[in-house]
Write a protein that binds this ligand. Sequence first.
Ligand code: THU
Length: 162
Amino acid sequence: MPNNTLTITFEEYSSFDELNTTDQELCNEAIKAMSTSHSPYSNFRVGTALRLESGKIVFGSNQENVAYPSGLCAERVALFTVGSTYPNERIISMAITAQTDKFQITEPVTSCGACLQVMAEYEKKQSYPIEVLFYCQNGSIIKTKGIKSLLPFAFAESRLKK
Ligand code: THU
């Protein structure tokens, strides 16, 4: 049986200073977004900022619940806000960052599978790739130009049809 290989493409920046100004601004907005995190159970604050084609910035932060599965990740909070409030605007890019009082985060925090699947949905809806920046405030930054590199085997609409 042959083994198949999949190659993904991403950019890695060793520090904030290496980013272009537009990406730096979005990363700073993601830091601001963490201030509304409701995370009393994990004490892990996640912030997301999305840039729309109009230049508008939309925020999201993780919202936890005492019934744990009822909570939602920062990315999906922000993406669903766009879907319900600005349904006809394209998302150009999004930045994600995280912080905790328990330890220093030294690597970019990448999104969970459910958030990646939701990113894939909106990317397909708008027929335009979404740039994603995983911003570590004390380490490197990962940037991808589109969701396909992050979730190459995303569940696709074609699977629902015969
Ligand atoms: N979290 C996010 O906000 N985004 C992710 O992609 C993964 C995890 C949140 C959920 C929970 O509130 C906390 O981080 C710890 O898992």
